[in-house]
Design a protein around this ligand. Structure first.
Ligand SMILES: *[C@@H]1O[C@H](CO)[C@@H](O)[C@H](O)[C@H]1NC(C)=O
Ligand SMILES: *[C@@H]1O[C@H](CO)[C@@H](O)[C@H](O)[C@H]1NC(C)=O
Ligand SMILES: *[C@@H]1O[C@H](CO)[C@@H](O)[C@H](O)[C@H]1NC(C)=O
Length: 421
């Protein structure tokens, strides 16, 4: 649980630094970055590790000098080789971690592991169940080649400024789009992904948002033998173009700032359709409408990051006499998110799937119990992804709504809320 709460705190600190309570950002980032050891059957994983030397991921930095982190250090990824019938299959996962929303903010981030590779470990293990090498726990991906891409550009893998910005005499690089392209190229040519038969591109939070933005663009850069290329964004639908609980639309201003300052590059046809207002392609729901790559959404319509940062609802920001309005507001947002995504052609297109919960978690699908313990329509996420991977229809129905009376939560298999309201 600890890592989860830290992760939410990181987002709060990063997203609304002027608003959120002071936290030790450096420490929080470092904590959030370290592989999660608790709560993932740590003992079971240790046993597997003892018999499987392939368990650990090794760092590879990018050779393209344009593909750099905020501070100009080379970006990179950690790679673990697949085996058996997973040898030609690849799971590529983009790390998340919010974004920076002002030059000051980006400057501060450039001193952390989310803005610089200088303190990245040369080797690491990952605790997320989707990286588990246990075939019972992770039947679809346990023996695939696995890649964990480090997030260090602050621009949701989308910035493409040709010149660095200078803050306090220090250059800041917004090269996220190069990082994505170079990661793909280097995986193809140096790690052997050019021979892949199946690729799943995934990501969490900001990495999931980038997956929605760029999966189609990445899909044009595949090797000749690829039979399936698919996307699984974990908690990518995390903000939208609407008022928060106080009636403000702060994230819209931030997105417009980032679009200009970081030179964000969204792909056609979304960019083309929004000429003059291209920043609007930065809304995950908009990106979802455009994505052509087969996509499986893992999301909550009561996402804990969204509630705290986009909706601006927390113990600190909501007065006691407003508490009665919080649940109806959250239910309205949940309905709105559900309606917005299910009204799209993407939702109903054959080959697409979704597992949408009402748990107040963020990236719940990459933790326990969100991976195999949370049940929606009689099934868990792991089995829902398996069905989708086999080409079967796999979409959950409209999630339940919160009750006014505590404990509010309506799905008893959800873990405790990551937010205290
Ligand atoms: C990014 O910027 C570089 C250098 O300015 C340019 O050559 C390239 O076309 C840009 N990429 C995209 C995707 O716009
Ligand atoms: C639904 O979509 C509309 C139009 O883009 C947007 O203004 C609104 O904020 C969205 N609502 C939610 C809850 O995502
Ligand atoms: C969040 O809520 C607090 C307290 O109501 C308010 O002071 C602040 O301006 C709000 N932030 C945004 C971005 O709306």
């Amino acid at each position: 649980m600890r890592a989860t709460i830290v992760a939410v705190a990181v987002f709060a600190a990063v997203a609304l630094s002027g608003v959120a309570e002071a936290v030790d950002i450096g420490k929080a980032l470092a904590d959030a970055f370290n592989p999660v050891k608790e709560g993932f059957d740590a003992f079971g994983d240790e046993v597997v590790a003892a018999f499987n030397p392939r368990k650990s991921f090794k760092l590879h930095t990018l050779r393209n000098r344009e593909a750099v982190c905020l501070d100009g250090s080379p970006a990179g990824y950690w790679f673990r080789e697949g085996w058996g019938d997973g040898k030609d299959k690849w799971l590529v996962h983009l790390e998340g971690g919010g974004a920076c929303y002002s030059m000051e903010d980006c400057y501060e981030r450039s001193k952390t592991v989310l803005g610089s590779s200088k303190r990245w470990p040369t080797e690491q293990t990952r605790g997320e169940p989707i990286f588990s090498t246990d075939s019972a726990k992770n039947p679809d991906f346990y023996n695939w080649n696995a890649v964990f891409v480090g997030y260090c550009d602050g621009s949701v893998y989308t910035g493409n400024a040709s010149e660095p910005a200078v803050v306090d005499g220090k250059s800041l690089y917004f090269r996220g789009k190069s990082i994505l392209g170079s990661t793909m190229a280097q995986l193809n040519h140096r790690q052997g992904m050019l021979g892949a038969s199946d690729i799943v591109w995934s990501g969490s939070s900001a990495g999931a948002v980038a997956t929605l933005y760029h999966a189609d663009w990445l899909g044009k850069r595949l090797g000749p033998n690829v039979e399936t290329f698919r996307a699984i964004p974990f908690s990518g639908l995390v903000f939208s173009d609407g008022p928060n609980f106080q009636g403000e639309n702060e994230l819209s201003k931030m997105l417009q700032w980032a679009y200009k300052a970081m030179d964000l590059r969204f792909d056609s046809p979304c960019a083309k359709d929004h000429a003059g207002e291209e920043y609007k392609c930065g809304y995950p729901e908009t990106a979802y409408r455009y994505i052509k790559t087969p996509v499986f959404l893992s999301n909550s319509v009561y996402d804990a990051w969204t509630v705290q940062n986009a909706d601006n609802i927390s113990k600190k920001t909501v007065r006691a006499n407003q508490m009665n309005d919080v649940i109806p507001y959250l239910n309205g947002q949940a309905r709105g998110t559900w309606d917005n995504i299910t009204e799209t052609k993407t939702w109903s297109k054959a080959g697409n799937g979704a597992f949408i919960t009402s748990c107040m978690t963020h990236v719940g699908g990459l933790k326990n119990p969100g991976w195999d313990g949370v049940i929606v329509d009689g099934r868990n996420l792991r089995d829902s992804i398996s069905l989708w991977m086999q080409g079967e229809p796999s979409r959950t129905t409209r999630p339940c709504q919160y009750t006014r009376a505590p404990p509010h939560s309506c799905n008893p298999t959800c873990p405790p809320s990551e937010l205290q309201l």
